[in-house]
Design a protein around this ligand. Structure first.
Ligand code: DLL
Length: 434
């Protein structure tokens, strides 16, 4: 099923023509309306006329989160405030937030982009969706909200928190679709099992999960608990919010809304564009955004682009599930470690739950990685030799996946913190001399 079939299945040659046309217009728009871009592009000698093909994108300077912060709050806006109808801000916890603005056209495009990924996952107007993202400056809740309403689905703006009430709404309203982070969906599942109602009383059939990574192993657990079909969707507030890319029913990569966003992969060390098919940092240029145009925004997310045609008929490029962030990547004794690798190795192992915490320390000038893993039942705590065997098994598995010796700590059920928004799984104590 498609939301905007003509666009989603547009032949690539035509799509690329459209992108080129829009890229030129965007460079012109940014130069005329945003003094920051006028200066940056001027210094780099880039003008709309000089862009002859899509690969000329490489001459445009990058934009970073710091650029947005340095121009706080509205310095990068491309439209005057009377045309801005909504503000959002990023979920970052340090310093000033990055504020983004939307015109009416932006909101209209945004809801279509979200509707596309929802319909691609199988959502119809008959669905009743509970949105368990926090409503507020975060783009997740309102982004999904308007996209789902546009399709005609019923939307319950439950927001995050109060898990008991969430479960009551799911049951009493016959909710068929859930929007949340994958970690919260898993936590709700745990609570639902404990609440004692038969799981058959829940009617959930589709989960639209995003805003944080979710390994296939973790997804299988969520699907197992709820008996639903889950898809992954990606986005970031600096570019729009959710709806930048999302999986179709084949779940073999996230289709990018390429008529609105132009993706590239660069080497984060050399900043050079990488050839198609290589893994690196995702960089995005908005092609239609008026409120806050972004030219070559460095997302810090690690992914790969796949231009092979997809069985669903969509022609828009697929990005791999985000492997991690360049700033999430842990360097432990010279080895690059992504939390997602650890998650894949742990989830599904017998006796342990899907919740974990990574603690990095510096001891005697060497980095150490402690992996805290939660037991599913307390009975094993009594059996010391069994515990040791399990620890050994996890240690060996991680050694073979990461090539690194880790300290494994098994902790009692329900002791690792649960999150209603994005999960925080890393505690890095190296800067604290511990
Ligand atoms: O998280 C937008 C969003 C909301 C996307 C709801 C999907 C669903 P920010 O708060 O600005 O925006 O955070 C953006 O979150 O750069 C990624 O590192 C991460 N992220 C978002 N979606 C995914 C995903 C929203 N599906 C940052 N998989 C991004 C992995 C994701 N990471």
């Amino acid at each position: 099923m498609f939301w905007q079939k003509d666009i989603e299945t547009m032949p690539r040659a035509r799509l690329e023509e459209l992108q080129l046309e829009r890229l030129r217009a965007m460079v012109d728009y940014a130069t005329r309306n945003v003094p920051f871009y006028a200066k940056r592009l001027g210094e780099a000698g880039v003008t709309a006329e000089k862009i002859k093909c899509l690969s000329d994108l490489q001459y445009i300077p990058f934009t970073t989160k710091d650029d947005i912060r340095d121009n706080y709050p509205f310095g990068l806006f491309g439209a005057p405030m009377e045309r801005i109808v909504r503000l959002h801000a990023s979920s970052g916890t340090t310093g000033k937030p990055t504020v983004v603005g939307y015109t009416k056209n932006d909101l209209n495009n945004w809801s279509d982009q979200v509707a596309r990924i929802a319909v691609a996952a199988g959502v119809t107007e008959k669905d009743i969706f509970q949105i368990s993202f926090g409503y507020g400056l975060f783009t997740g809740a309102l982004g999904l909200h308007y996209g789902l309403e546009k399709i005609g689905a019923t939307v319950i703006p439950a927001s995050s928190g109060n898990t008991e009430k969430q479960l009551m709404l799911l049951r009493d309203c016959g909710v068929t679709g859930l929007v949340s982070t994958p970690s919260y969906a898993l936590y709700m599942g745990e609570c639902a099992r404990e609440a004692g109602y038969p799981m058959q009383e829940y009617k959930l059939r589709i989960g639209l999960f995003g805003s944080e990574g979710c390994t296939p192993e973790m997804r299988a657990q969520i699907e197992g608990v709820w008996g639903l079909f889950a898809t992954d969707n990606y986005g970031l507030s600096e570019i729009m919010g959710p709806g930048v890319s999302g999986e179709c029913e084949h779940r073999c990569g996230l289709h990018f809304a390429e008529d609105h966003f132009l993706p590239e992969i660069i080497d984060p060390a050399t900043l050079q564009p990488l050839p198609a098919g290589e893994t690196g940092e995702l960089v995005i240029t908005t092609l239609t955004k008026e409120g806050i145009p972004m030219l070559r925004y460095r997302t810090k997310d690690i992914s790969r682009l796949n231009y092979e045609p997809c069985a669903c008929g969509r022609t828009h490029v697929r990005m791999d599930k985000v492997k991690g962030r360049t700033d999430d990547m842990l360097k432990i004794r010279g080895v690059n470690v992504f939390p997602s690798q650890i998650e894949s190795a742990l989830v599904g192992m017998e006796h342990i739950g899907p919740h974990y915490l990574l603690v990095v320390r510096r001891e005697n000038y060497a980095d150490t990685l402690e992996v805290q893993v939660e037991l599913t039942g307390a009975e094993l705590l009594e059996k010391y030799s069994e515990l040791e065997k399990l620890q050994q098994k996890i240690r060996e598995k991680l050694k073979s996946v990461l090539g690194l010796q880790c300290k494994i700590t098994l902790v009692e059920p329900k002791t690792i913190e649960r999150f209603q928004g994005k999960a925080k799984r890393i505690v890095d104590l190296r800067g604290e001399g511990k």
